[in-house]
Design a protein around this ligand. Structure first.
Ligand SMILES: NC(=O)c1ccc[n+]([C@@H]2O[C@H](COP(=O)([O-])OP(=O)(O)OC[C@H]3O[C@@H](n4cnc5c(N)ncnc54)[C@H](OP(=O)(O)O)[C@@H]3O)[C@@H](O)[C@H]2O)c1
Length: 268
């Protein structure tokens, strides 16, 4: 059956795609007929993911500009085009009150979460998208528009990524559409320290009654990357099970923030 997305034969790069949301996005893009290039730091995992998806992979950190150039070069060399970029790889460190933040860790968070997405878009724009068009989807977070305990560095980088998304959308139109997807709490390794100890409580406080699965986010990303969203740019699609509207649903305290305040809670 032909996919309704218009992604058949298109080439897509998904950063941080060996597990979690990135892997689900790469899987859904491949299922829609796209040729996928996946990245992550663990070379064995990249090989495994690329093989499983029938695509290609490039190991490395998005913090390394040479790696980003290599990703675009290999994708063009192997697939002859680069139509979709999904900036998904990120770090949720440094964790804790901002007054205790190590400036090097702060800078690293901005390098991975904000600078790398810009650099990758620059590489793809110069090599292909400026002449042929394309679609970029940045993975932000539901928390980017408000504050929370101990996640100030992460939240600040994601708020920057949200702004970057909108700025690029204006600058690169009409050739390239640039949008973001902002997930709520999703069952992945990065967020395990939040959902594993308190899933039932968090789910009970969400209007849609459960935490997210990577596939919930992947479906939104594929839609934004596809021709189905051809008149959508600069948008942020919030996929959060109703997290942002929970105040109209329940009078209980926000379980995720309660949990983040618990002594000993931290990312693994
Ligand atoms: N899970 C949630 O609740 C949630 C909520 C809101 C937003 N998000 C966002 O969703 C995105 C995906 O997160 P996730 O929860 O799916 O995380 P995850 O399950 O931990 O997966 C992260 C992926 O990124 C790779 N990665 C990490 N750092 C990298 C780097 N510097 N360079 C290249 N690849 C890197 C990891 O592989 P290696 O370790 O081998 O590099 C892995 O493939 C992130 O942007 C995150 O901020 C997640």
């Amino acid at each position: 059956m032909t996919s309704p997305y218009g992604l058949q034969g298109r080439a897509a790069v998904v950063t941080g795609a060996t597990r979690g949301i990135g892997h689900a996005v790469a899987r859904h893009l491949a299922d829609a007929g796209a040729l996928v290039c996946v990245t992550a730091r663990d070379a064995d995992e990249v090989r495994r993911a690329a093989t499983g998806l029938g695509g290609i992979g490039v190991p490395g950190s998005v913090a390394d500009p040479d790696h980003l150039r290599a990703v675009v070069e290999l994708t063009l060399h192997e697939f002859g085009r680069i139509d979709v970029l999904v900036n998904n790889a990120a770090t949720n460190l440094p964790y804790g009150p901002l007054m205790d933040v190590d400036p090097h860790a702060w800078r690293e968070a901005f390098t991975v979460n904000v600078e790398a997405p810009l650099r990758l878009v620059q590489c793809a724009w110069r090599a292909w998208m400026r002449d042929h068009g394309g679609a970029v989807v940045n993975i932000c977070t539901e928390g980017a528009t408000h504050v929370g305990p101990r996640i100030g560095a992460y939240g600040t980088t994601k708020a920057s990524l949200l702004h970057l998304t909108q700025q690029l959308a204006g600058e690169l139109a009409p050739k390239v559409r640039v949008n973001s997807v902002s997930p709520g709490l999703v069952r992945t390794e990065m967020a395990r320290f939040v959902w594993e100890p308190g899933e039932e409580e968090v789910a009970a406080g969400l209007p849609l009654g459960r935490i997210g699965e990577p596939e919930d986010v992947a479906r939104a990303v594929v839609w934004l990357a596809s021709d189905q969203a051809e008149w959508v740019t600069g948008a942020d699609l919030v996929v959060d099970g109703g997290t942002r509207v929970r105040a109209a649903h329940t009078a209980t305290a926000y379980a995720i923030h309660q949990h983040l305040r618990t002594p000993g809670t931290r990312p693994t």
